[in-house]
Design a protein around this ligand. Structure first.
Ligand SMILES: Nc1nc2c(ncn2[C@@H]2O[C@H](COP(=O)(O)OP(=O)(O)OP(=O)(O)O)[C@@H](O)[C@H]2O)c(=O)[nH]1
Length: 520
């Protein structure tokens, strides 16, 4: 089998032809383009401030504790009786969806759950290994590079130690079925624990079907061909090297062919965490080994292999391991798109209580901001402001397309255009060209993205000469509502609120049509 590290790095390299940026591998978005090229110098503080919205995670469930081999003797029973207890199950690595987490910056790349306690004499069962719960933001999409498919769980915070928490209970994975089968034959009567289990798990198939889970629709488990862009440069390489150091080097030629074969194994979007409280087990703890009380029961072993057999059964199983790429796709109703400095952040603060950073220079916004717009009838709309796009973003200019995934799921697009970009001697782009460039960039990112309900905000109407610009914009762009606005003074904001609401409710909403934009 191909080594994990090589496989994972290979896959990530192949799915990320363009983005080459250490921040992306660390999870951060890629920063490219002339203004931000010096990553070691100027860009460092920007990266520090940027959000970590892609992250690779290697999760390993805790190993099961060993079963105990012990003999209890007494005066009346000189020969003694076996009294070794079973080992405890290893802990799981769990991703928990949280509304209070913004990005993946608090996660660790290597996450391992606790090992189960060893069994003890007097038939004492080892303690269960502690779970490792990693909190991730709402909108986390999970891609599986290598390992077992994750399990969804009922939202039970932690599993307290169950006196019946011994191996061969109902909850074991297919992977562990081998050893479990032999155990079941030994301890058939112990399956009663299954009904007592607080912990319900379901495996999910590659196509996303799950069985026996309540509220199945709550969970979005699927496998799509949307590919993840992850940087090939890996600042954690050395860390990984240590992690893999005990593995053998394979012949490189053999690897190449195997790599190609295994590249197809990557499963994109195997699960999504979209609601606070959802929990996903990404690596499962190993079952504990059997103590000699359990091994002795009803087991026929030949004298020759008795010792080996006991050693095999009493050893705790290893926890499962998975290599994942986490990707954050914010979920908002309205996405604000515009060139840098168009006034998106100012507009977001005028529409909601959000307080994004606002300044008179391009790329003030380095991470998406989300605000909430509430109507009198308590209808609430989430608005996402993403960093400005520039022409050629698909060639990784400016901040590139790194943040567009945050508007992928929005219902409505709002194009924020700067009416004053060419006024008073400024060398900007006329509003209709801004719109043209934005539509082209969105379509480059994802075909059909602009085919969703849209409106235009013509911002900075307060500037001298902006009225004429607005008239010209209306002449050149048709078929979509245009709202003249001064975000800084909040003029025109009430009309925009109504317009957004109408657009959300519209049965036949208008979309921006590239062919209907007249550019010079
Ligand atoms: N005159 C005028 N200036 C505005 C208006 N709205 C925003 N501005 C100014 O435009 C500049 C850019 O505003 P931002 O809200 O940071 O623009 P942005 O689109 O978020 O910029 P990026 O972060 O680069 O994407 C700031 O100096 C604002 O004060 C407006 O309605 N009228």
């Amino acid at each position: 089998m191909l080594r994990w590290r090589q496989h994972a790095l290979l896959v990530l390299r192949r799915i990320s032809p363009a983005n080459v940026c250490p921040a992306a591998w660390a999870g951060g978005a890629s920063y490219h383009g002339s203004a931000l090229e010096d990553r070691k110098g100027k860009a460092a503080p920007l990266q520090a401030r940027g959000m970590v919205d892609r992250f690779r995670l290697r999760a390993r469930g805790g190993d099961g504790g060993n079963g105990c081999v012990s003999q209890r003797r007494s005066r009346s029973d000189r020969q003694g009786r076996p009294d070794g207890g079973n080992g405890g199950t290893g802990g799981d690595v769990i991703l928990e969806c949280s509304g209070s987490i913004w990005d993946f910056s608090s996660l660790q790349h290597h996450t391992k759950a606790g090992r189960g306690g060893h069994g003890l004499p007097k038939n004492q069962i080892g303690t269960r290994g502690s779970d490792k719960v990693a909190r991730v933001p709402v909108g986390t999409v999970i891609h599986l590079v290598c390992g077992e498919l994750p399990f969804f769980t009922v939202n039970t915070p932690t599993r307290s130690l169950d006196p019946w928490d011994i191996p061969d209970a109902a909850e074991h994975s297919a992977a562990s079925s081998d050893q479990m089968n032999s155990r079941e034959s030994i301890n058939g009567n112990e399956s009663k624990r299954g009904s007592n289990d607080q912990w319900e798990k379901q495996t999910c198939s590659g196509t996303g079907s799950k069985t026996g889970f309540p509220n199945t629709e709550d969970y979005n488990v699927s496998s799509t061909q949307h590919k993840v862009e992850i940087d090939e440069t890996d600042p954690f390489d050395s860390e990984y090297d240590e992690f893999w150091e005990d593995e053998d080097e394979d012949d490189s030629e053999e690897e190449d062919t195997e790599e190609e074969r295994e590249e197809d194994d990557v499963q994109y979007s195997v699960a999504e965490l979209t609601r606070p409280g959802q929990r996903l087990i990404v690596a499962q703890g190993g079952e504990g080994g059997l103590g000699n009380v359990s091994i002795g029961k009803g087991m026929r072993m030949s004298k020759e292999n008795r010792l080996q057999e006991i050693a095999r059964l009493s050893g705790g199983q290893q926890g499962t391991e998975s290599f994942l790429v986490l990707e954050l796709k914010s979920i908002a109703d309205v996405g604000l798109v515009g060139l840098p400095n168009a006034g998106k952040s100012t507009l977001l603060s005028a529409l909601s209580r959000a307080q994004p950073e606002i300044a008179d220079y391009a790329f003030t916004t380095l991470r998406p901001n989300i605000g909430s717009l509430t109507y009198e009838d308590y209808f609430s709309v989430k608005v996402a402001d993403i960093p400005g796009l520039i022409k050629g973003a698909h060639e990784n200019r400016g901040l590139g397309h790194a943040f567009l995934r945050h508007i992928e799921r929005t219902k409505v697009l709002t194009y924020v255009l700067d009416l004053a970009a060419t006024l008073n001697g400024r060398k900007g782009t006329p509003p209709w060209e801004q719109l043209h460039d934005l539509v082209v960039e969105l379509e480059h990112y994802q075909e059909g993205l602009t085919k969703r309900p849209s409106l235009i905000v013509a911002n900075k109407i307060d500037e001298e000469g902006a009225d004429a610009m607005y008239d010209e914009l209306k002449r050149r762009v048709q078929g979509v509502p245009i709202f003249p606005l001064c975000a800084i003074l909040q003029e025109g904001v009430p009309d925009l609120r109504v317009g957004l609401r109408d657009l959300m409710d519209a049965s036949e909403p208008q979309v921006v049509d590239l062919s209907k934009i007249i550019v010079d």
